[in-house]
Write a protein that binds this ligand. Structure first.
Ligand code: ADP
Ligand code: MG
Length: 474
């Protein structure tokens, strides 16, 4: 909790790895988790005489992202060199976009779409390599060197750690929907720097900010920003000033620490990259990318509520993850949306939770569940037996049709057959029949139970009711 006379101001710089199989300026693979230095071309290692070759797929993904965030696409942008020296940067500079980014002025809505967070820009740049410190030695792994990153920069519109986390989650959701980044924070495909300042409540100017580098989980974003807000308030309440520092978040201590201060901030001597042509994007290209965008989560939610009559709660659950929404869409191709919601959010999620697995690795795919629902809807089996069949499908991966066949679960709807069974039950339980007829109507359930017992739950309840009520009333 922030003390009531202070207000936090936060802006995020998000690094999202473009879902490209190859690097931004070379054909090396971007695959995660391979042996050190196995994905390094001569260009990635900055051998003299090598030149960058632009990966247009990455350009398209940044445009897609910009369009999904209602942003402007810059029809002529270009790359710049950001000069600095670091062992994991063999070129001695990073190719990035400083003066003219591809994307400007977008927006991301948070807080049930009540609040818009402005996106200042999205630019494309190369990732650096990785320094690995072991004992007294440092090793350099260049597998990541040159991997395409989108840097998505927000305006300082966020006012709490929770809003920052919500913004990050919403952004991740959108990136996953359009597929421009896999959003996998554990693998480092999505991380952010959080710029944090505080000011007296009611003030219209911003305080001095600190920048917490490289936060790679939603939890750390919340913890680091929360800690930093309190730290800055303490500094200011002591009559001191906040220094504009770059900070690191120490996970073990739960504290931010100074990495470098403003005095040793580098002068990057930006200048236009002479080895690459400007990026020209035509209106036709923008239009065609726009028309290829899938339905976005907010649109989907609205459609589910308005057209399918799904509750806001269920709609939120379903759209939260594209894989869930895709699963649901497959079910409603043939089935009623209410039926699909129940079987997805109660039956499937219950089993997935119990097994501790994600929907993407569900042993029952959407089309297989859809077939099970066919058998329930056409009354081949009862809904109750359907749940048993689902259990077996989940365990064995067998299709519903095979399980129903093997276990002989087909519903009995044949009137003669059910009538015979009911006759037997009435004969065997004359005392109960008399009691029922003399007013103990609660016994009705007993007779239904007997029918189900004899048919192993397979009798069609409607047919049973029809015949049983007729027999007991005369
Ligand atoms: P730089 O390029 O020096 O990092 P920018 O003006 O581009 O500076 O801002 C970087 C990030 O810092 C943006 O996300 C922006 O919203 C945020 N930011 C700018 N000023 C403040 C502030 N006073 N408090 C918190 N965040 C800020
Ligand atoms: Mg910055």
């Amino acid at each position: 909790m922030v003390k009531e006379n202070w207000e936090a101001v936060i802006g995020l710089e998000v690094h999202a790895q473009v879902s490209s199989k190859t690097k931004l300026f070379s054909s090396s693979s971007t695959k995660f988790g391979t042996e050190h230095n196995t994905q390094v071309s001569l260009f990635d290692a900055a051998m003299p005489g090598t030149l960058p070759i632009l990966n247009y797929y990455s350009i398209e993904q940044v445009i897609r992202t910009g369009l999904a965030l209602s942003a402007e696409i810059n029809k002529c942008s270009y790359f710049d060199r950001k000069n600095y020296f670091y062992p994991d940067l063999p070129q001695g500079y990073q190719i990035t976009q400083f003066f003219e980014p591809i994307v400007k002025n977008g927006i991301v809505f948070i807080d049930s779409n009540e609040k818009g967070i402005r996106i200042a820009r999205i630019h494309l740049e190369q990732d650096a390599g990785k320094s690995i410190h072991k004992k007294s030695k440092t090793y350099v792994d260049l597998n990541r060197a040159g991997v395409p990153l989108m840097e998505i920069v927000s305006e300082p519109d966020l006012r709490s750690s929770i809003e920052a986390a919500e913004f990050m989650k919403k952004l991740r959701q959108i990136l996953r929907y359009i597929g421009s980044c896999d959003g996998d924070m554990e693998k480092g495909s999505l991380r952010c720097d959080a710029n944090v300042s505080v000011r007296p409540k009611g003030s219209s100017t911003f305080g001095t900010r600190c920048e917490i580098k490289n936060l790679n989980s939603i939890r750390y974003i919340i913890q680091a920003i929360e800690y930093e807000i309190q730290r800055q308030i303490k500094v200011l309440e002591n009559g001191e000033e906040v220094n504009q520092d770059a900070l690191l978040f120490d996970i073990a201590l739960g504290k931010t620490k100074v990495m470098r201060n403003k005095e040793d901030a580098s002068d990057y001597r930006y200048f236009p990259e002479p080895d690459l042509l400007p990026i020209e994007v035509s209106q036709d290209k923008i239009d065609s990318i726009k028309s290829s965008l899938p339905e976005l989560p907010d649109q989907k939610k609205l459609r589910y509520i308005k057209e399918l009559g799904i509750s806001e709660y269920d709609a939120d659950v379903i759209i939260s993850d594209k894989a869930i929404a895709d699963y649901f869409e497959e079910l409603i191709k043939k089935h009623d949306s209410k039926l699909a919601v129940t079987w997805l959010t109660v039956e499937l999620f219950g089993r997935l939770n119990k097994a501790g697995i994600d929907i993407t690795s569900s042993p029952v795919k959407a089309n297989a569940l859809s077939k099970l629902l066919d058998f329930i809807v056409d009354e081949t089996i009862s809904a109750k037996l359907g749940k048993q069949v689902f259990d077996i499908m989940f365990e064995t991966g067998k299709p519903a049709s095979l399980i129903i066949e093997e276990q002989d679960l087909k519903q009995i709807a044949d009137k003669q057959q059910i009538s015979k069974i009911i006759s037997k039950i009435i004969n065997d339980n004359q005392d109960k029949v008399q009691e029922y007829k003399s007013g103990k109507i609660k016994l009705y359930g007993f007779f239904v139970g007997e029918v189900m017992k004899l048919t192993k739950g397979k009798a069609n309840p409607n047919v049973v009711n029809l015949i049983l009520s007729e027999r007991l009333s005369n």
